[in-house]
Design a protein around this ligand. Sequence first.
Ligand code: NI
Length: 177
Amino acid sequence: MIREVLRMGDARLWQKSVAVARFNTQELNELLKDMHDTMAHLNGAGLAAPQIGVGLRVVIFGVHANPRYPDAEEVPDTVLINPVLEPLSAEVEEGWEGCLSVPGMRGWVPRWRTLRYKGFDEKGTFFEREVEGFHARVVQHECDHLDGILYPMRIRDFTRFGFNEALFPGQELPAEE
Ligand code: NI
């Protein structure tokens, strides 16, 4: 079912989410189905459970090749539950981000360039990956939602935060997260 995505200002987006305790339950399966339906409906690159008002540590993301953005890096379709992130170096990289909870805007956000993330898939199977660049950025953006952090809270240069049409007139932009 397509769910309403909460927008910045809704107090539920500032809450810290709690870990999933049980896998393979109807509740978790329905949550994941709703998250996938909602993300697909909005052509999003990622979605975190708190964005649909569910305070559980669950995120999904995935970015596919799109001829409109030949430079965009692909990210595999991933379900990540109870994630733990560890930067692999002190290197920080800035890049543009958008968020389904802050629609129509973009900001220039610093993130760890390389990191390892670990967690569980939808069946409760543990996995970990070492990633960099855009993949690392998407994971950090989504996992921030689980701690009540939206990307504008990480912006350092507010001259690089604004409405899509004002920042990038006439351009089509990649998906929001
Ligand atoms: Ni977001």
